[in-house]
Design a protein around this ligand. Structure first.
Ligand SMILES: Nc1ncnc2c1ncn2[C@@H]1O[C@H](COP(=O)(O)OP(=O)(O)O)[C@@H](O)[C@H]1O
Ligand SMILES: [Mg+2]
Length: 203
């Protein structure tokens, strides 16, 4: 959490190996990411990380299933294996099979975001990065999307890093990190939640 312009997206881009830090070190799975080449960074993105964006970033004239299959094409998997994995990811993201062949304009905002989550899951990443994934969703749909993230975390053991402006959303997390002017100003665990709530009032 943090005010607009505080560096949340920048930090997430660094964590996601989309950008490199000008100073400091970043270790992912024990590997110093700051020392890796562009090719190695791209491998990390393909194998370990799933991204979910506020604006969904789906291909508009392409079916939900095809949107989810896309990241697997770069991994060089056979056609049948790709479809099988994509469908599994879509079920995990809570999207019914009846919607596999719908295009984004035939889906609701919440369903579109679930397709985006399925796409982030399909390469079986350990780390899912979500930059204001509920920013364009109403409260009820946001809850559904958050429920999906919570299930992925609790049942499948995925780590979710989620940026949000909203206190209600942040309260679903086990840990809340506050950023201001490019600096981490607070890092709180769940048991300190009461304190966190007071803090959010002031941010
Ligand atoms: N630690 C940092 N040091 C220097 N510049 C930073 C740092 N973090 C963010 N910035 C710059 O601040 C601007 C806003 O950052 P951004 O990550 O888009 O903020 P947010 O997502 O919180 O709105 C960007 O131009 C970014 O390059
Ligand atoms: Mg941002």
């Amino acid at each position: 959490m943090g005010p607009s312009g505080s560096g949340k997206s920048t930090m997430m881009h660094i964590l996601g190996a989309l950008d490199t830090a000008t100073s400091g070190k970043y270790y992912l799975d024990g590997k110093d990411v700051t020392e890796l080449s562009d090719d190695e960074l791209s491998d990390i993105r393909k194998e370990k990380i799933g991204f979910v964006f506020q604006s969904f970033n789906l291909l508009p004239r392409t079916t939900a299933l095809r949107n989810v299959v896309l990241p697997l094409i770069y991994l060089g998997l056979p056609h049948e294996e790709r479809e099988k994995r994509a469908k599994e990811a879509m079920r995990s993201a809570g999207l019914p099979e009846t919607h596999d062949l719908y295009k984004p304009n035939q889906l609701s905002g919440g369903q579109i975001q679930r397709v985006a989550i399925a796409r982030a899951l399909v390469n079986d990443p350990k780390l899912i990065l979500a930059d204001e994934p509920t920013g364009n969703l109403d409260t009820k749909t946001s809850e559904v999307v958050l429920g999906t993230f919570q299930r992925l975390n609790r049942e499948l053991g995925r780590t979710i890093v989620l940026i949000t402006h909203e206190r209600d959303i942040a309260e679903h997390a086990d840990r809340i990190i506050f950023i201001r002017d490019g600096q981490i100003i607070e890092d709180m665990r769940m048991h300190e939640r009461r304190k966190a709530n007071e803090h959010i009032e002031h941010v």
